[in-house]
Design a binder for this molecule. Structure first.
Ligand code: SF4
Length: 149
């Protein structure tokens, strides 16, 4: 029986990104097939109620873990504080993981929600996790990125 795994929806070819595009990734689709995994598509930013397309977002300070600890800040291109919205998206994603009994997630690296090894902060790529990745990790899920497979 296929094991369920959360997947960033954009990696599956769904047009969920801020620019209305996807990040269709053939390697991810092959990985799912080869490992007999059942993909559970999630887009934390859409789950938070954000529209698509939407303004680009990035960390002004800190990382996903810092946002959860009220020490960091995600902002949009128009300087709006997005912390509450991003935490909502992370919580909704966590709910889906529980409903579907997922213990793993394969996420799109670099995203302020889904980043696993790196994020964008104030115009630079830096090491760190997105807000949803941080919340899932704190709740015991193993999160890896398309760059790990
Ligand atoms: S929030 Fe995650 S799933 Fe949604 S578009 Fe960004 S990287 Fe993809």
């Amino acid at each position: 029986m296929p094991q369920p795994i959360l997947i960033s929806a954009c990696l599956l070819g769904l047009s969920t990104r801020y620019d209305g595009r996807s990040k269709h990734n053939e390697k991810v689709l092959n990985y799912l097939r080869d490992h007999n995994l059942l993909p559970i598509p999630v887009c934390p930013e859409q789950l938070a109620g954000l529209p698509t397309p939407r303004p680009m977002t990035f960390f002004a300070t800190g990382s996903g873990h810092d946002v959860l600890d009220n020490r960091g800040c995600v902002i949009s291109a128009d300087q709006t504080d997005m912390n509450a919205v991003f935490i909502k998206g992370a919580m909704e994603t966590l709910k889906i993981s529980r409903l579907t009994e997922c213990t793993r997630a394969l996420f799109k690296d670099g995203s302020p929600s889904c980043g696993v090894h790196r994020i964008c902060r104030a115009g630079s790529r830096v090491a760190g996790q997105g807000v949803t990745t941080a919340l899932l990790q704190r709740n015991g899920l193993q999160v890896f990125s398309e760059e790990n497979i």
